[in-house]
Write a protein that binds this ligand. Structure first.
Ligand code: FES
Length: 117
């Protein structure tokens, strides 16, 4: 069911905002002239993704730098964040993360963004 989120002009180009609908959090953003929406939290260790940035067609998580495609939600890049083998995060289990859930959005003639959840 589509839910009205905010006016299109309330989100700056190349930025992301956190929105709440019925107690659940989502990210809505504008990138390369498109509007997109996804879950608010990174599938790796749950950082808020609206605090990240873009790299090409991906959101880069602000915590460990994993990258998720904003069209498919697919995890496309895992980034080691320490050199050497003596950190607990060198365990392959530490890197395990799923894909990001992407939601359909539409911009209607009334100038508002609608999120399909
Ligand atoms: S919490 Fe996002 S990459 Fe680790």
């Amino acid at each position: 069911m589509p839910v009205r989120i905010c006016r299109l002009d309330e989100i700056d180009d190349e930025s992301m905002v956190l929105v709440r609908v019925d107690g659940k959090e989502y990210v809505v953003g504008k990138h390369d002239g498109r509007v997109f929406a996804c879950d608010a939290h990174c599938p790796h260790r749950y950082a808020y993704l609206h605090r990240g940035h873009f790299n090409g067609n991906c959101i880069v998580c602000p915590l460990h730098g994993f990258e998720f495609d904003i069209d498919t939600g697919r995890l496309v890049k895992i980034r080691p964040w320490h050199d050497g083998n003596d950190w607990p995060d060198q365990d392959p289990e530490w890197y395990r993360a799923g894909d990001l859930r992407i939601y359909r959005v539409e911009v209607r003639d009334d100038g508002y963004i609608y999120l399909h959840i």
